[in-house]
Write a protein that binds this ligand. Sequence first.
Ligand code: TTP
Length: 208
Amino acid sequence: MHQSNSPQGLILASASPRRQELLSQAGLQFQIITSDIDEESILADTPRILAAAIAQAKAREVATLHPENWILAADTLVVAGDQVLGKPANPEEAVSMLKRLSGISHQVITGVALCCTAQKKLRSYAVTTDVSFKELTAQEIAWYTATPEPYDKAGAYAIQGLAAHFIRHICGSYTNVVGLPICEVMESLSLAGIVPSYVQNQNGVHAL
Ligand SMILES: Cc1cn([C@H]2C[C@H](O)[C@@H](COP(=O)(O)OP(=O)(O)OP(=O)(O)O)O2)c(=O)[nH]c1=O
C-alpha cells in the first residue's frame, strides 16, 4: 500500500497490480482505494468513449467517499475489428481470444479519469496503442493458456509477461497496453497542479 501524507493526496482507484506498479515506477506516492462499479451497465458509441466512461465511473465512485482527494482511475479494452475483448472467464475463452488476435493488428485502448470533487475538476480521455501479433500456432496458444497469465488481462494476454513471445510490433505507448499511459497521466497530473514541476524530495520521489 502506498500512503500519501497529504490529506489532498492522490488515490489510485484500481485493484490492478500493473497500474499500481506503473504509478510507483513513475515515482509517485499514492493510496489505493478500489472501486466496485458494474462495467457491463455502461454503454457508449465507440470503444474510446466506453473506456473513458468506465474510467470516469470508477473515479467518481471513489470520489464520493473522498471528496478532498485527487482520484485517478483507468480502464483497458482490447479491440479487434468490431469486437471488444474483455478478460477471459476460462481457458476456452482465452484460446478463442488468442486465435482472434493471431496474425493481426489490434488496438489497446486505456481510458483514464482524474477528478477532485472539492475542486469541481474532472478530466477523462482515452489513449490508443496498436499491437501486432505474429501468427500463433495451436501449440503456442496451448502453452500460453496453460499458464495463469491470460486470466486477469483484457484480451487474454500480458505484453509485460510471456505474451512478449507473440508481439511483433507496437505503435504507441507501451505502458498504455499494460494498463496506464504514464506519459499522458503525468501530463494530466501536472495540468491539475498535483505534481509540483518535477521537484523531487530527498528520496527522489515526487512529493504529492
Ligand atoms: C492487454 C493487457 C492488459 N493488461 C491488464 C491491465 C488491466 O489490469 C487489465 C484490464 O482490466 P481493467 O478492467 O482495465 O482493470 P482491472 O479490473 O484489472 O482493475 P481496476 O478496474 O480495479 O482498475 O488487463 C495487462 O496487464 N497487460 C496487457 O498486455
